[in-house]
Structure formats: structure tokens, C-alpha cells
Design a protein around this ligand. Sequence first.
Ligand SMILES: Cc1ncc(COP(=O)(O)O)c(C=O)c1O
Length: 397
Amino acid sequence: MDILAKRVRSINPSPTLAITAKANKMRAEGINIIGFGAGEPDFDTPDNIKDAAKRALDKGFTKYTPTSGIKELKEAICKKFKDDNALDYTPDEILVSCGAKHSLFNAIMALCDEGDEVIIPAPYWVSYPEMVGVAGGNSVILKTTAQSGFKVVPEQLKKAITPKTKIFILNSPSNPTGMVYAKEELIAIAAVLAQKNIYCISDEIYEKIIYGKNRHFSIASLEPKIKPLTITVNGVSKSYSMTGWRIGYMAGPKDIIQAMSNLQDHSTSNPTSISQKGALEALLGPQQYLLKMIKAFNERKDYIVKRLKSIPLISCLEPQGTFYVFPDISKVLNKEFNGKKIGESLTLADILLTQAKVAVVPGGVFGDDNFIRLSYATSMENITEGLNRIEAFIKQL
Ligand SMILES: Cc1ncc(COP(=O)(O)O)c(C=O)c1O
């Protein structure tokens, strides 16, 4: 008999962890490594949010809360959905969880049965297929290209749907590509999903980190028939620099929310009481901080894109949101290093680490080996030096 249950045996260890571990080891040896791997803003949590949490602690707000979250926070989330996303929800249609990752996990566990198919556009966030695997479902990966702006088009979606399709996972703005679906594109996707009665899990965690004229739309708000089929996931991690606080939330039909709340009842119970008070302040308090953060990300994005475009063999789309850029390195993969063809994004990431002393995430982990992901949630100084190193390395190939 196997020691481990089938569901955990199928989880893939993250190849990026190997790179991170190697980068950390090199740093410990005193080697200066520039890291482009961060998945979290490099800004501190705003003081008003920290103060709200301190007040909660001082007042002894340190006990269990209702599993689905405190009433005030659920009301603030309803207000946020109404004001930002033109979505009407009542508190019994909201579940607060321990980070958006937990929200997504709850949603997939609640909706995906053994053998169900879940359509995931690639490049995708690494955890989606793993969660589907744990739930016993089958991921159907829909490849998108830079030519289509890394977006799924309705025809492609229609073709991928089978009688077993239960869920479509949408992530806009997207990690890793930084692309944002336009309103009309979402309406077209919503029409396909609604016609075939397919659930949509819409991961909107990067909603606020968006540039220029791009606008974020919640798919649930765009078509009356899609709202009862949609679970809208969001959270405070990225927008308010609160990754460690672990507060995510989602909205959806009451019966599904209740089922997910039951699941959460028997796993984590409520998300941390103190963090909930912090999240309440994040949603209701002043939002100027956000503008400052986006301005800094925007400047870094402009710089990084300009530099990447000027490096031979590399091309890249300008991100419309998030703090990631996803350059095409397919031409670099055809080159040789030390007499051997580089071949794979993981090999390139490893060579960049050991030779250029720069840590990046290989695109293979996001389902497209022709790319690497660079996070610009790091200082302009680091970005400049890191790009100097990448450029010098690529030029000598
Ligand atoms: C696309 C996407 N969804 C969800 C999450 C999870 O966010 P949280 O930290 O709130 O669990 C992340 C974090 O990296 C992400 O990139």
C-alpha cells in the first residue's frame, strides 16, 4: 500500500523552487544575485492598515470569527464589488478565505468532480492545474500566443468544450503575461460559457494594478446569464501589499458559497481575525497609496520593456497590468552555450543564474517554454543592473 494518497502523489514539485533554492545558496555564499522572481509588491503594507490591525489586537479581537468572515468585512466587500465592478452581491454571497489562493482552492474543490474537465488558458498561473489535479479533474490547456495578446478567442474556447467541461478559469490581468481582456472580448467569452452552461472562475487578484487606458471588467457583470455561473475571486494581497496577511475573498451564487463555506468550516475555519480588520481598513480606507504604487510599477514597466526590446534575440509585449513582463526568448533557446544548445527555458534560467547572476522564472512552469517571466516588484536600481547583466550575457551568445 502506498504511504501517500493519490491526490498528493500527483502534485508536481515546483521547478522554480529549485532555482530559488540555488539563488539563495549563491547569495549565502556572498554572490550578488539580482532577483526578478518576486510574486509580491516590494512596498510595505500602508500604515493605516497596520494601525487597524494593531487596534484589533489591543482590543482583544483575537478569537474565532464566523468561518465566512466578519459581517463588516463582507459588507465592505459587497460595496467594493458594487463600486468597482458594477456587481450586486449580498453578504451571504461572499466567502472570505486565507488568501486568494485559498479562495481558488475552495472554488475548485467545490465545483470540480473526479473526471470533470477544466479549461485553463496558457500561459497560466502555476497553481491552477495543480489544484484541478488535487480535485481529481482534468486540465484542458488552451494555448494562446503573443500574436493574440495571450488571449483565448471564442472559437478556440468553443472547440475545447466537451460534454465533460465544467469550469473555465479566467485570469485578467494575467500572471504571467500581464495582459488584460477588453470588455468586448469578455462579453464574447461570457456568451460561449453561458450558452454551454460552463462555470467561470474569474481570478481578478491583479485588478488594481493596471496601466494607461486599460480597464478591468468583471466578466460576471457583463452578461446576465454569466453571473449565476461565475465565482469572482479577489483579495487584498497584491493591491495593498498584504501578501503575508492571507486574506482573499470571492463572490458567487449563495448555494455554492455556502458549500465552500462548509468546506472551509472543516479545514481552516475563519481567516485570521486581525487580518480581517486590516482588510476592512484596506477596502474602506484611503486609496492614495495604491496610486503611488501603480505609478512606480508603471515607470519600471516602461523602462524594463524599452530595455528588453533593445536586447538582440528578445522580444516582448508591453504588459497592460500586474508587475510581470513575459519576454519571448525562443531565439535564445536556439543558441548554444558551452557547446550545447540551450533548448529549454529552465536551462536558460539556470544559465542566467550561474553566469549572469540574475534569477528569472522559466516560462515552462506557466505552460509556455518560449518565454521567461521577470517581476518588476524590485527597485529601479536592481532592474537596471539586472538588465545590464542579461543584455551582456545575451550579446555574447
Ligand atoms: C494569478 C494569481 N492568483 C492568485 C494568487 C494568490 O494570491 P494570495 O496571495 O492572495 O493567495 C496569486 C499570487 O501569486 C496569483 O498570481
